[in-house]
Design a protein around this ligand. Structure first.
Ligand code: DP6
Length: 331
């Protein structure tokens, strides 16, 4: 069963869990699902867990032991979750996964969101003759592999809503479809270094920051403002709340123990230059960064030419262009 998915870029960030083992977030979050780069996953029943993964150029990628354990744990959690929604033993006892990623390894894009949303969709496809899972249920399965993968199940603008403490109590809710607001994401990746601390580790450290409790308390207000901005296509409002939330998440990261600083001198320079450029030219563009130095510049059609030429003028940076996408699909 073949499925395709893409990363998403968070506008209200997910950082910190109420249950790390279940990847059950402490608060809601919201993102724009991207149209590219894509990841394709084929899942077939098998006697034992078997995973092959291919790079963008088609060469086989050697998976680390920790990656294999993550897929095995994810599969076990999916079986556990399906039992709680009265579909026990619908998934086979093991699967063979074949993963083809078009995400350039150096671009610093959350490829785990694309991979686990595609895996979850492929699992849903494997059992669809017996059970028609809802998008919400598939998004729970995606979340069990990587929290933010939950949101890539829906296209357009997608929230992850947290409603309780159970395994199924955080799922996707689509705020608006991809054709509602045709925004662009011009992505500038200044560094090819692999990050020292992955997100899974970071989520567990978040509560050590003295700013964390305040951040979690502020999220409902920001989430509501962000939803309003999207529904009203109010770019200024979206910019204000998304940048506030991004900078606040990076403050939490920096003040955790140990301190996590994902942003580099290049990130700060790009943010400063974009701030100047948009003031001078009145450009509808906003910046946001996930757990890495890569800068996402979200903009409307009115700003895209200026932002594209700014991005292409960056030396020693990789530039990738994307738009709002349709979300995970079976193909
Ligand atoms: C900063 O979904 O990558 O991108 O569940 O450990 O895979 P894992 O975490 P992940 O965390 C995302 C963190 C973020 C913000 C966001 O996408 O909301």
């Amino acid at each position: 069963m073949l499925a395709r998915s893409t990363p998403n870029i968070a506008l209200i960030k997910y950082w910190g869990n109420r249950n790390d083992a279940l990847r059950l977030p402490a608060a809601d979050s919201l993102s724009m699902t991207l149209s590219s780069p894509t990841v394709e996953v084929d899942a077939e029943p098998s006697d034992t867990l078997h995973i092959v993964s291919y790079e963008t150029d088609g060469t086989e990628k050697r998976l680390k032991e920790a990656d294999i354990r993550r897929f095995a744990r994810h599969f076990a959690l999916c079986r556990e979750y399906l039992a709680t929604v009265e579909h026990p033993d619908t998934l086979p006892s093991a699967v063979a996964l074949s993963i083809r990623s078009q995400v350039p390894p150096a671009i610093g894009l959350a490829s785990s969101a694309a991979v686990f949303s595609a895996v979850a969709m492929a699992y849903a496809g494997l059992i669809r003759d017996r059970v028609a899972l809802t998008a919400e249920q598939i998004s729970v399965m995606a979340r069990l592999g990587s929290g933010s993968a939950c949101r890539s199940i829906a296209g357009g603008f997608a929230a992850m809503r947290v409603t309780g403490e159970g395994i199924g109590d955080a799922f996707v809710e689509q705020i608006a479809s991809a054709d509602h607001w045709p925004l662009h994401d011009i992505i500038i990746a200044p560094s090819e270094r692999e990050k020292e601390h992955g997100s899974t580790e970071g989520h567990a450290l978040a509560p050590t920051s003295r700013l964390y409790t305040r951040r979690i308390a502020d999220i409902p207000r920001r989430q509501a403002e962000c939803i309003d901005a999207i529904l009203q296509r109010d770019f200024q409002k979206l910019q204000t709340v998304a940048e506030e939330d991004c900078l606040n998440m990076h403050d939490v990261m920096r003040t955790s123990t140990p301190s996590l600083d994902y942003l580099t001198a290049d990130t700060h320079r790009i943010v400063r230059e974009i701030d100047t450029l948009r003031r001078e030219q009145h450009l509808p563009v906003l910046y946001t960064m996930d757990a890495g130095p890569t800068v996402h510049l979200l903009c409307t059609d009115d700003a895209v030419d200026a932002i594209r030429s700014y991005a292409r003028s960056q030396k020693q940076c990789l530039v990738f262009e994307s738009r709002v996408g349709p979300g995970a699909k079976l193909i």
